[in-house]
Design a protein around this ligand. Structure first.
Ligand code: ADP
Ligand code: ZN
Length: 365
């Protein structure tokens, strides 16, 4: 089991550890028991994760003498709303959960975001722990303390920055994860390789075919490196004022494409296309060498991630969504571009016409 420490500014929030390993549930129970964070725990999870792993997880905790209950809600992004949040809060109140209690988020990003948000507001804030069960949550959303729910006006419009007391990443959860969900996480891992870690990028190129099934050891390495990158960016920029924006690489166009597809493209698929688009724009602006752009597209495709935009999506529709993106400042669209692999920068240089051309070129792929 590996351990990574996230060092945050003590004036804002406390530091915490990320534990990574295979079949570490027992160890998770032990560490929780030893830390005595709370006198009782409530595991929050969704219906899928509860069916697959809920019972075993609760048993592990009770074997360690930890008092724990479980609350489950229907699986799916549609549950990340105010009604489900209030429902969870009502259940916590009925259970008599008070400030000496802590929550445990067992699940993917939806569970993590919702549980974090409830934890940050319930009785003015109680501690919580992340146990991410999707690859995406393991390498991305469980680290960094972003919490939130969706409103009808848009995603993640209500939320807080609230750091967990610990993150426990057990690779054995991934064995039940559907391939498309696995790919969601792979897209973010490719992103880390592109923006920060060219060795990780090369490793992915070498192992694209084997990473999925054959080697849990390799996957553990790759998850560990991804977590380290995310955590060091979060350490320097906890509230996303500057550096943390490079984590949006591939996400500006990606979000526009994801929404324009009516969410029929998964987050990972849309981000993969968005990364291809950002690489292409970087190349058109004469920053990124063509060879690097080709390596990015080739790696995505080798991992089973798309780079082409489906013909059915409207170019103008994507463009208009880009312009209303909340990350837009003034009249310019800010993109994370690349000088080369491993060197991202934020720029508003790309003219609308170049973005249109890029979208149309990717439609032909
Ligand atoms: P993310 O944002 O991390 O992709 P979600 O919370 O949207 O996560 O989860 C995606 C889907 O995967 C949900 O239907 C969830 O119930 C399911 N899921 C989460 N973890 C697992 C797992 N270990 N095995 C199988 N399905 C899982
Ligand atoms: Zn993402």
């Amino acid at each position: 089991m590996n351990k990574i420490k996230v060092n945050l500014d003590k004036k804002i929030s406390a530091s915490y550890e990320i534990y990574i390993g295979r079949k570490i549930l027992d160890r998770i129970g032990m560490i929780i028991a030893k830390n005595e964070l709370a006198s009782r725990y409530v595991v929050i999870t969704d219906s899928n994760v509860s069916d697959l792993h809920g019972e075993r997880f609760l048993r592990t905790l009770s074997d360690m003498g930890i008092q724990a209950d479980m609350i489950e809600f229907p699986a799916g992004e549609a549950s990340k709303n105010v009604d489900v949040m209030l429902d969870i809060i009502k259940k916590l109140l009925d259970m008599g959960v008070d400030r000496r209690s802590a929550l445990i988020a067992l699940g993917g990003g939806v569970v993590g975001d919702l549980t974090g948000f409830v934890a940050s507001t319930y009785m003015r804030g109680i501690p919580y722990i992340q146990v991410p069960t999707t690859l995406l949550a393991q390498v991305d959303s469980s680290i960094g303390g972003k919490t939130g729910i969706d409103l009808s006006a848009g995603k993640n419009l209500l939320g807080t920055f609230y750091q967990p007391k610990g993150v426990f990443i057990d690779l054995s959860f991934l064995q039940t994860l559907p391939p498309r969900e696995f790919n969601n996480g792979m897209a973010e891992i490719v992103k880390y390789g592109i923006i920060e870690d060219t060795d990780l990028f090369s490793l992915l190129e070498d192992e694209a075919k084997t990473i999925r099934n054959e080697s849990m050891v390799l996957l553990e390495t790759v998850i560990g490196r991804s977590c380290r990158i995310k955590k060091s960016i979060v350490e320097t920029d906890e509230k996303e004022s500057g550096l943390r924006r490079i984590l949006n690489f591939g996400h500006t166009i990606g979000h526009a494409i994801e929404a324009e597809s009516g969410y029929s493209l998964s987050h990972g698929e849309a981000v993969s296309i968005g990364m291809a688009a950002a690489a292409m724009v970087s190349e058109k602006l004469k920053y990124l060498p063509s060879r690097d752009m080709e390596r990015i597209m080739k790696l995505a495709e080798a991992l089973g991630l798309p780079c082409g935009i489906p013909d059915s999506l409207s170019t103008e529709g994507i463009l208009s969504r880009l312009k209303t993106d909340k990350k837009k400042q003034g009249d310019v669209i800010n993109f994370v571009l690349l000088k080369k692999l491993g060197s991202p920068f934020v720029s508003s240089e790309a003219p609308e016409e170049m973005i249109r051309e890029t979208i149309n070129m990717l439609k032909g792929r």
